[in-house]
Write a protein that binds this ligand. Sequence first.
Ligand code: NDP
Length: 448
Amino acid sequence: MSDYDYDLFVIGAGSGGVRAARISAAHGAKVAVAEEYRVGGTCVIRGCVPKKLLVYGAHFAEDLKDARRFGWDVPECGFNWKTLRDNVLADVDRLNGIYQQTLDTNSVTTFHERATIAGPHEIALASGEKVTARYILVATGAWPMVPDIEGAEHGITSNEVFHIDEMPKRVVIAGGGYIANEFAGIFHEFGAHVTIVNRSDTILRGYDTQIRDRLLQISMVKGINFRFNAPFEKIEKNEDGTLCVRIKGGDPIACDLLLFATGRQPNSKGLGLENAGVELDDQGAIKVDEFSKTSCESVYAVGDVTNRVQLTPVAIREGHAFADTVFGNNPRKVDYTNIPSAVFSHPPIGAVGMTEAEARNKLGTVKVYTSDFRAMKNVLANRNERALYKMIVDAATDKVVGLHMIGPDAPEILQAAAVAVKAGLTKQDFDDTVALHPSMAEELVLLK
Ligand code: NDP
């Protein structure tokens, strides 16, 4: 008989928590999970999944236009936001059900309420009940950060954006990162007038400069506006419900919707972490070792709450490695090198490995190969939008150390190419591979 109610108690049923719970249960552990909102977490409920569906929906604006050049007799089409919104939310419900089913079929007990840590082995539930566990896993994710400015309450975040009642005519998006650029594309394709307002003069910090510049240039040609070096002063709400966004050193911007996309903070507040001596870093992220163990022996943490790499597949890997380590007798660390990433902008970006600047700083001599081309579909469609593929090669070893792409389907192509980068293949290996013609991906094996 165990001294505890559960072998594992997971707080947070998002991507990392559900994977950890399921695999731990498969290893024979008695597992419970607490979720105060909906099983599935950010990615499924209010992130990657509904966002990608909106990206698909938005792209029809261009496809319908282009179809005419391909001979289709397309009448003037209208767009109904409520139809798309409700269909997307229904799909979110479906996935929420599947996630719950996964927990149930693996005999994981679900508490649909908030849980906090009362001690190294003790969990307090919102109902007042207390339970004990040999191990506690914190997988509470992150939460949108809204800057402390007057009138910020008039804006929304990515939590609310999937539920809006009407498609706004004018949108201001605060921030220049993933969410800002993805939703700029979405709103723009749905016909809104979009302005991105960023405190610095760059978008998508961390991505290769040339790729970022290409997205900026394409976005501006499409009609998306940018205000750089423009910190917010205050936001005022007019009597008719519209907003006036005041920025330092620039004209005020009138809009119907303000979306804050200014980063996400680890969800570590009010969890009772201090009751188990769990330490945080200065960003509020839970400090963990390479096995995701916190400063308390019996408490682990995975996913965005640890702020290592805020990406769903990383949280899933961390959750799986935790379960194998603690309950599968197979200690495993997550390998954080060469993690591919994508921005689902219009057009999208895919990247893996070092940017040109990083490679030059780290390796010294690098060779850079680029292909700057117009996808054949865009040529026939008269769409003056050029793709850019960039390969960074270590001159000393001929190894491909980075791939950066912007263009149609870039993330789909990049995922496969990332295998080659991860495997340490050389430029010669790419050159030795026969092109698949005609495709956009063939550019990767034809770089000169
Ligand atoms: P990002 O970190 O991508 O971008 C944040 C942006 O907000 C930056 O432009 C930053 O400016 C700006 N900013 C930060 N703090 C402030 C502030 N106090 N006031 C004004 N501006 C500020 O965050 P997102 O919110 O777009 O996304 C959050 C995370 O979610 C991402 O980091 C990513 O990990 C994940 N995500 C991943 C997606 C994907 O994989 N496709 C899609 C969506 C989200 P500056 O550059 O000057 O720092």
